[in-house]
Design a protein around this ligand. Structure first.
Ligand code: AMP
Ligand code: MG
Length: 511
């Protein structure tokens, strides 16, 4: 196959095309008051297949994120309407939207997997919002040309998990795709057992993945690769355009954003579970929530994905896996970068940004406003102590907010079976914090150590109730997890230790 010439793939002018004007006028007539711009579509048909979502029978609301609807500037009460229910299940097209499934490839579990693509996610298009342009995507909206053996659907269980977790991550201040709502249908979906269908409406400035770049690189389509990189630079990394090597600068900027995201994951104890290159966002957003888990007891080697037999994506391997994925991105971008050294240099930034960002996060968790010699040792000491005592990660940090050298030891000490080791650690911590104003430290710690995270058992309880059409726990969890650093009187139970049965929850890739 001869690669198309540059002229066939000239960078579209995103704001002047007739398509833009056409969609805008159509959108203004729409009930939601949406202004569609659909810039991804302007990349051209090599990047996607246009198609419509496939309807589901008798949809109902499972969860609605009204706060996000307000942030997006959606018309007041639109999310209460039957038009929204139909549109966000994929049963009715919003005027101005231009639905498509994008094509990408990727490395899965370390192996080149070839073409993947949006097998069940359909991009409705992109809208102007007070948050800036945002893409709206329906996950579980039916088969696409990239569905391979899949049915194009998502089940209620995994949709609730994605909905709640993306909002929990946002509440924690961690970059992520967002979720506007989940709708359900009693249509049967076959997984290990029969389940019912659901659709999550996700939003993000872009859903472009490392795998989009790998796709055109492996197919030897340099013009498309360049068009994609130019699109991403112009829209999301405009400073890279000013660099001597814009594409190396892009690789460096993505490496830095990814490093920052990884530090945030590690600090909060988040395990993603499937860090394949098709699940890595070019914007450094947490994307594609599957078998994720927030750590209960601190176990550095914890594997949250039942299907990950080798532990490739174990908690303590995540930062290295992100770096591995960045290498794949670098490899894919090589045709656009003058020499290999520039690409390697761009990737190097990960090695400085990640440890710095992790240190900063851990210092904040410890309530240390400034950096001092010995902090790295104190942080490592803390991790070792938590691991050897298998201490509940979230509860430890939240209780530590009330620790002072004079008092508050008992609540924290109670979490350890090796009290001697704890006392030795508490002594060095007390020395380190001796000069810090207690109120200042407590304030920093309460903003850095969440009281509430989406533990597996909490999601599981909400899912079991939702299967019986009781969606109240989805609502409650959403509200609490959106402000996880606050106290939520009456919901302390959501901040407790996991029950014994939580250890037997097995979450696999099946979703
Ligand atoms: P994931 O593991 O969810 O990131 O999915 C990996 C690839 O499989 C992506 O290309 C998905 O679109 C596709 N996929 C996953 N589940 C399904 C499904 N039920 N139907 C069609 N494609 C799917
Ligand atoms: Mg995926």
């Amino acid at each position: 196959m001869t690669p198309p010439t540059d002229t066939q793939l000239a960078q579209p002018d995103l704001h002047e095309t007739s398509e833009f004007n056409k969609s805008k006028s159509a959108a203004e007539a729409a009930g939601a008051g949406l202004h569609w711009i659909n810039t991804f579509a302007s990349l051209g048909p090599d990047f996607y297949s246009e198609l419509e979502p496939r309807p589901l029978p008798s949809p109902y609301w499972v969860g609605r994120n009204r706060a996000h609807a307000r942030e997006l500037g959606l018309e007041e009460n639109w999310l209460e309407s039957s038009e929204a229910l139909a549109a966000l299940t994929g049963n009715q097209l919003l005027p101005g939207s231009r639905p498509l499934a994008s094509v990408y490839s990727g490395h899965q579990f370390g192996v080149w997997a070839g073409q993947l693509g949006d097998g069940r996610a359909i991009l409705l298009g992109e809208i102007e919002t007070p948050l800036g342009p945002q893409e709206l995507q329906l996950k579980g909206a039916g088969k696409t040309p990239y569905s391979r053996m899949g049915d194009g659907r998502a089940v209620l269980r995994s949709s609730i998990r994605e909905f709640l977790c993306s909002e929990a991550m946002h509440g924690l201040g961690i970059p992520t795709t967002r979720a506007l709502c989940v709708t359900g249908s009693d249509a049967a979906v076959r997984r290990e057992e029969m389940e019912s269908a659901a659709v999550v409406t996700r939003t993000a400035p872009s859903f472009i993945r490392f795998g989009h770049f790998e796709h055109f690189s492996y197919r030897n389509q340099p013009a498309q690769l360049k068009a994609l990189a130019d699109y991403v630079i112009d829209r999301f990394y405009p400073d890279c355009r000013k660099a001597k090597q814009p594409y190396a600068a892009l690789l460096q900027a993505v490496s830095e954003r990814t490093a920052t995201m990884m530090a945030a994951w590690q600090a909060v104890g988040f395990c993603h579970g499937v860090m394949n290159t098709d699940n890595m966002s070019i914007l450094g957003l947490t994307i594609d929530y599957g078998p994720f888990q927030f750590l209960d007891a601190f176990d550095p080697g914890h594997i949250c994905n039942h299907s990950d037999e080798q532990g490739r994506y174990a908690y303590n391997r995540q930062p290295n896996m992100a770096y591995w994925n960045l290498f794949c991105l670098g490899q894919a971008l090589l045709p656009l970068i003058d020499n290999q050294e520039d690409a390697l240099g761009a990737l190097e930034s990960y090695k400085t940004v990640f440890p710095q960002a992790l240190q900063a996060r851990m210092r904040a968790k410890l309530g240390l406003p400034d950096e001092q010699e010995g902090d790295t040792e104190l942080i490592e000491h803390t991790f070792r102590l938590l691991a050897s005592n298998k201490v509940d990660y979230t509860i430890f940090w939240r209780r530590l907010c009330g620790f002072t050298p004079q008092s508050g030891h008992e609540l924290v000490r109670d979490l350890f079976f090796d009290r001697q080791s704890f006392d030795a650690w508490a002594l060095s911590y007390s020395e380190r914090i001796a000069q810090i104003t207690p109120a200042l430290r407590a304030d920093l710690m309460l903003k850095s150590n969440p009281k509430y995270v989406l533990r597996n058992h909490l999601g599981e309880e909400a899912i079991q109730a939702a299967k019986l059409k009781d969606f109240s726990q989805v609502d409650t969890l959403l509200a609490v997890l959106q402000s996880p650093f606050e106290e939520h009187p009456g919901h302390e139970g959501l901040a407790g230790f996991p029950p014994d049965w939580a250890a037997s929850i097995a979450i696999s890739c099946s979703s």
